[in-house]
Write a protein that binds this ligand. Structure first.
Ligand code: 2AL
Length: 175
């Protein structure tokens, strides 16, 4: 539920900011802590762009690290009920909590192949995809090279982040 206006965001001290925005990039409080010093944000787009710039500026290994902070889709943590609140809702919205046994074993197998090939998990914005698109996307992206796939994963992290921020910050109509 979006409840904070950007003017209120700009008044938060760093601890409050990290408390509220600490998981907009999954399990990566560092991204949140780093962008706080860019206040004041003109609007929600400016906040989103600042996080995107932070992610883009990371070296290859840093980008891979951000991807590694993401849980597998319908993976071990999901099955143990140990995802973050945000991930739980996202994976549910894509129907990943309703997979048939066949779909689950296909996804588990593809996730594993992906991790073996690239050394980080397959990341996709679950709120913008249903299970069929996720399975197709994973099959296609397995064909990519590592650098291309790191960039594709980071673009998905930005989409996840934008939607998580939209749940927190009210976007004011531009006149
Ligand atoms: C996730 C997740 O937890 N939420 C989301 O949108 N994507 N994980 C992933 N590996 O793509």
């Amino acid at each position: 539920m979006a409840s904070l206006a950007i003017a209120e965001v700009n008044k938060l001290d760093s601890e409050e900011f990290i408390e509220i925005f600490g998981n907009v990039v999954e399990n990566c409080k560092l991204a949140t802590a780093a962008v706080w010093s860019h206040k004041p944000f003109q609007d929600v787009d400016h906040l989103n762009q600042t996080i995107a710039d932070f992610l883009d500026a990371l070296p290859q290994k840093g980008k891979e690290g951000v991807l590694r902070c993401h849980p597998d889709l319908a993976g071990r943590l999901a099955q143990a009920g140990q995802l973050t609140t945000e991930s739980t809702q996202e994976q549910k919205s894509a129907g990943l909590d309703q997979l048939t046994q066949d779909e689950l074993s296909t996804l588990t197998d593809l996730n594993q192949q992906y991790k073996v090939k690239f050394g980080f998990p397959f990341v996709i914005c679950a709120r913008l995809n249903k299970k069929a698109a996720i399975l197709n996307g994973l099959t296609e992206r397995l064909k990519h090279g590592a650098e291309e796939e790191t960039l594709a994963g980071v673009e998905e992290v930005k989409k996840i982040c934008r939607l998580r921020i939209a749940d927190i910050v009210t976007s004011e109509a531009k006149l």
